[in-house]
Design a protein around this ligand. Structure first.
Ligand code: SF4
Ligand code: SF4
Length: 95
């Protein structure tokens, strides 16, 4: 998550491999459904590494295990690849 200490410096948004960072109403925000804490892409969260004011802590409401993050990465990758991933994802969300 991004705290209100964000200075809107714009450097984190292009670094995110999952396009999880977007401009919110006042400051940048992170979509927790897209953020894998960079699991699957990098060893360290890229936004955390690059933020000049260190305002990107893990959201206590979204503490996820590495396994969970890895599964999210695989879902996101499958969705990005297109094919039948979109409909399959919607169908399996009930399980
Ligand atoms: S931790 Fe990685 S995936 Fe999550 S918002 Fe930051 S750059 Fe994007
Ligand atoms: S890098 Fe940090 S200060 Fe800059 S826009 Fe992102 S969250 Fe805000």
């Amino acid at each position: 998550m991004i705290t209100d200490e964000c200075i809107n410096c714009d450097v984190c948004e292009p670094e995110c491999p999952n396009d999880a960072i977007y401009m919110g109403e006042e400051i940048y925000e992170i979509d927790p459904h897209k953020c894998t804490e960079c699991v699957g892409h990098f060893d360290e969260p890229q936004c955390v590494q690059i933020c000049p004011v260190a305002c990107i802590p893990v959201n206590p409401a979204h503490v996820e295990s590495r396994e969970t993050l890895w599964q999210k990465f695989q879902r996101l990758t499958a969705a990005k690849d297109g094919g039948e991933a979109g409909s399959a994802g919607a169908a399996s969300s009930a399980s």
